[in-house]
Design a protein around this ligand. Structure first.
Ligand code: SAM
Ligand code: SF4
Length: 460
């Protein structure tokens, strides 16, 4: 399989002419048709540096984001269960050679406690994360941990969707993972630039570039419906990474009829005992980072985009406008971090936004977005290609927006307190009038009343 032709991408980047203004505007016009962009079009946007044209690119991305996703922002929290790892990625605090990190794999009881903490904060969706060395019977530890998370029930509810970010598996192993009822399988390529990848990953299972590149093929072959890809920005030239990631997406679409459910855009952050993380070889500026998000939004308008708390508050606010559809909040990146309270020194990397979930919810609401805790599509089986078929004609607004409003109403009733609840319910009322399509409006009002009188977990 030749998923990414690195040489070809390099040649195209080297020979790309400085784009004419008219050409950039022509591409942006095409982007507004919401059918995605070809590689030459993406190259044009990536090469655009004129501030006025970059602003026009941002305007188009902002418009596309609203057009497809409305103003919903979906929330999740990472759940780090183990920092044991046999690999040696020089950017990560969990790497085997980092002797300054206290090692810990949570027991099932500790995972239960972490889950309770997350439920008490209002979370409904977690991303389980682990280093690549599993205690207690290998992969079985992950399976057991997923079951533990799903089993926890509190008066304020439960975790309704567990996504996982773990090392690449075989087709057989993916079949077993699917049986655990996961949401999305997520794995980042780190860098698509093979020589850079090989230089940075010399040891352990991660040394095999192809094994990682082909992981989503194996996951989809095994019947995992939603997969999430990503690049760790800062390791190699970001323009190369964007084009390579789009080639990866195209490959999956051609082979399986559906691309990834989400794209993550982690940027290298300082990590304990990892000098490279403090000195990224290809540091991405804030402006370029926002451009990456805007260009991806236009290139693959229907693919969800995830931003974590690696980024600081100002960048997170700007990125939401330009294309991000899912964010984490109140995150701890060390196993046991939620029960312990404060973010410890021994997290996977330093967190840029350390505000608690409630504060982020209020800030995002004040910015004009609707916080969503929805997991409805996944539980109704609207996943993979079915989800994309639903999303593409814009029906997302008829399903996802009402579900976002209902889950936000749940959050307000259970965790909001008087001030936030007043503001939140006013926004919900406004949205029902202005954005929920006429035929479902009365139904949504009825469901909202049921939530207000104590019913939970209602979705369309
Ligand atoms: N160990 C598995 C792996 O490597 O795929 C999964 C978990 S790993 C903890 C999750 C991701 O964290 C990695 O894929 C990498 O992109 C990201 N990461 C590692 N070090 C980082 C750093 N210093 N800053 C930001 N993200 C980092
Ligand atoms: Fe281990 Fe993953 Fe960190 Fe690499 S990125 S050292 S594989 S936890």
């Amino acid at each position: 399989m030749n998923i990414v032709d690195g040489k070809d991408i390099e040649t195209r980047l080297e020979s790309a002419p400085k784009p004419e203004r008219s050409r950039v505007r022509e591409v942006l016009g095409r982007a507004r048709e919401l059918k995605g962009l070809s590689d030459p079009d993406v190259l044009t946007l990536l090469a655009t540096q004129d501030p006025e044209l970059v602003q026009e690119c941002f305007d188009a991305a902002r418009w596309a984001k609203r057009e497809i996703y409305g103003n919903r922002i979906v929330y999740f929290a990472p759940l780090y269960i183990s920092n044991l790892c046999g690999n040696d990625c020089p950017y990560c605090a969990f790497r085997e050679a980092n002797r300054s990190l206290p090692r810990r794999a949570l027991s099932q009881d500790e995972i239960r406690k972490e889950t309770e903490e997350l439920i008490d904060q209002g979370h409904k969706r977690v991303l389980m994360v682990s280093g690549e060395d599993y205690p207690e019977g290998g992969l079985g530890y992950i399976f057991k941990s997923i079951r533990t998370v799903y089993s926890v029930r509190k008066s304020h509810g439960n975790i309704r969707r567990v996504n996982v970010n773990i090392a690449p598996l075989s087709v057989e192993e993916f079949r077993a993972l699917k049986a655990e009822d996961i949401g999305t399988y997520q794995c980042f390529q780190e860098t698509y630039h093979e020589p850079t990848y090989s230089r940075l990953h010399r040891k352990g299972s991660k040394a095999d570039y192809r094994n990682r590149l082909e992981v989503m093929d194996r996951a989809l072959e095994a019947g995992i419906n939603d997969v999430g890809i990503g690049v760790l920005f800062g390791l190699s030239d970001w323009r190369f990474e964007v084009l390579a990631m789009l080639a990866h997406i195209r490959h999956l679409e051609e082979r399986f009829g559906v691309g990834p459910h989400t794209i993550s855009v982690p940027r290298l952050e300082p990590a304990l005992g990892s000098p490279l993380s403090r000195n990224p070889p290809h540091a991405v500026s804030d402006q370029d980072f926002l451009k990456i998000i805007a260009v991806l939004r236009l290139a693959v308008p229907y693919t969800g985009m995830i931003l974590s708390t690696r980024e600081g508050v100002a960048i997170r606010r700007a990125a939401l406008e330009l294309g991000i559809s899912q964010i984490s909040a109140g995150s701890r990146t060390d196993p046991g971090g939620y029960a312990a309270g404060d973010q410890s020194e021994s997290g996977q990397f330093s967190v840029g936004d350390s505000r608690p979930l409630r504060e982020v919810v209020e800030d995002v609401l004040d910015q004009g977005h609707i916080p969503s805790f929805c997991t409805g599509c996944y539980r109704l089986g609207r996943v993979g290609k079915d989800f994309m078929d639903l999303a593409k004609p814009g029906l997302i607004k008829a399903h996802c927006l009402p579900n976002a409003l209902l889950t936000f109403a749940e959050y307000l009733c259970d965790f909001g307190g008087p001030g936030l609840s007043k503001k939140g319910f006013a926004a919900i009322d406004r949205m029902i009038e202005t954005d929920v399509p006429g035929p479902v409006r009365t139904k949504v009002r009825g469901l909202l009343e049921r939530v207000r009188s104590g019913e939970r977990d209602i979705y369309l």
